[in-house]
Ligand binder design. Structure first.
Ligand code: NAI
Ligand code: AKG
Length: 380
């Protein structure tokens, strides 16, 4: 049969091409509230998709889609690395988090999440806070990480920041021969929910910092804390943060910050941070390696928040979350050892570790239950 494609049909096919690794992509539009969102489900092979919702003033829909696709795929690997029975998903809301938020917008978003019937659970990410999702929770139970007063596990950036600190300690151990944080200089990019907590903890441990953020109040707060405890905190511009001479670069803002230009500038021994998708491309991991800079794979290091929200399955328990988050230290050491012995980059070693685990998990689920999905329900 001869199939003639109209322009629109070709575009649709092109979108299918872009999402060829994903199960489902949902475009959400609610004119009344101004909601424009994209929910990307990468995989539900091991459980419902789980991933935060980012709010960002994307310049184009293509940019937003690309972010949602990449972030949701990263969540599948993060779930495997953190050993939780969820799959990878992520949502993005197109809008300025400082100007475009409203309770109604998050309720509309909640209705779209509800329409997925439990295939997707979500909570905070860059640009969103636990309080935003209290509104979404009115429309759906598929929300995690709301404040404890609403029955959630609370701010997931707390364990995320703790996990980043474990990641820095493991990296310091490998690079400097001691896991201690003090006596070193860290360049922290982004002082939001995660970055500020990491920065304050590093200062408490006796470190010096270079910091940058678009939000001057956040910078001032960290500078003031440094003064109070007698530590050096130097604010720098968004471009200088890549050029300062420091021990560790700690990216805690947006993705793609490790690229051809920044690698040429970096004067650090390691990169360890919370930002999702730090590498603009996988080849940048090899460029870092060739420059003698150790890269801590982002999805290994920043899994603390995921560990907390996944723990809501069992009724979140802070001690259990902290002890699972501590495992990031050993997981990262194992990834470094694998990379070293196999002559791989650290991201190749991390991906291989996750893909092996996926193969085992798929087989186990098939063998024992003859169904792919675990039998539990996340929330009633
Ligand atoms: N919140 C969490 O638990 C988790 C967050 N992440 C990732 O960590 C990163 C940070 O997340 P959050 O702290 O939750 O976000 P956030 O929105 O609370 O903070 C981000 C900060 O980065 C700043 N920023 C934005 N553009 C910047 C620029 N060009 N230069 C310097 N600073 C800039 C913002 O002003 C803000 O203070 C994101 O990539 C997020 O996906 C990953 C895992 C979990
Ligand atoms: O922190 C969360 O609420 C969910 C986990 C997540 O979205 C992430 O790790 O990027």
């Amino acid at each position: 049969m001869n199939i003639m494609l109209s322009a629109n049909e070709s575009q649709t096919l092109d979108l299918f091409f872009q999402m060829r690794e994903h199960e489902q992509v949902v475009f959400c539009l609610d004119e009344a509230t101004g909601l424009r969102a994209i929910i990307a489900i990468h995989s539900t092979a091991l459980g419902p998709a789980l991933g935060g919702c980012r709010m960002h003033p994307y310049a184009t829909t293509e940019e937003a889609l690309a972010d949602a696709l990449r972030l949701s795929k990263g969540m599948t690997y993060k779930c495997l690395a953190a050993d939780v029975d969820f799959g990878g998903g992520k949502a993005v809301i197109i809008g300025n988090p400082r100007k475009d938020k409203s309770p109604e917008l998050f309720r509309a978003f909640g209705q779209f999440v509800e329409s997925l019937g439990g295939r997707f659970y979500t909570g905070t990410d860059m640009g969103t806070t636990p309080d935003d999702f209290v509104h979404a929770l009115k429309e759906t139970n598929c929300i995690v990480g709301v404040p404890e007063a609403y029955g959630g596990s609370g701010d997931s950036s707390v364990p995320t920041a703790a996990g980043v600190v474990y990641g820095i300690q493991a990296t310091n151990d490998v690079v400097f021969g001691s896991k201690h944080l003090h006596g070193k200089t860290y360049a922290v990019q982004g002082l939001g929910k995660v970055g500020k907590k990491v920065a304050l903890r590093l200062l408490e441990e006796g470190a010096d910092l270079y910091v940058c953020d678009l939000n001057e109040a956040a910078v001032e707060e960290v500078v003031a804390y440094g003064k109070q405890i007698g530590a050096s905190v130097k604010p720098v511009s968004g471009t200088d943060i890549y050029r300062v001479e420091a021990d560790v670069f700690v990216p805690c803002a947006f993705g793609g910050v490790i690229n051809d230009e920044t690698i040429a500038e970096l004067r650090v021994k390691a990169v360890v941070g919370s930002a999702n998708n730090q590498l603009a491309d996988k080849r940048h991991a090899r460029m870092l390696k060739e420059k003698g800079i150790v890269y801590a794979p982002d999805y290994i290091v920043n899994a603390g928040g995921l560990i907390q929200v996944a723990d809501e399955l069992y009724g979140a328990n802070k001690e259990r979350v902290l002890s699972k988050t501590k495992a990031i230290y050993d997981t990262l050491l194992a990834i470094y050892a694998r990379a070293e012995s196999e002559g791989m980059t650290t991201i190749e070693a991390a991906d291989q570790f996750c893909e092996e685990r996926l193969e085992k998990r798929k087989r186990r689920n098939h063998f024992f239950t003859h169904q792919k999905r675990p039998k539990w329900v996340v929330r009633h």
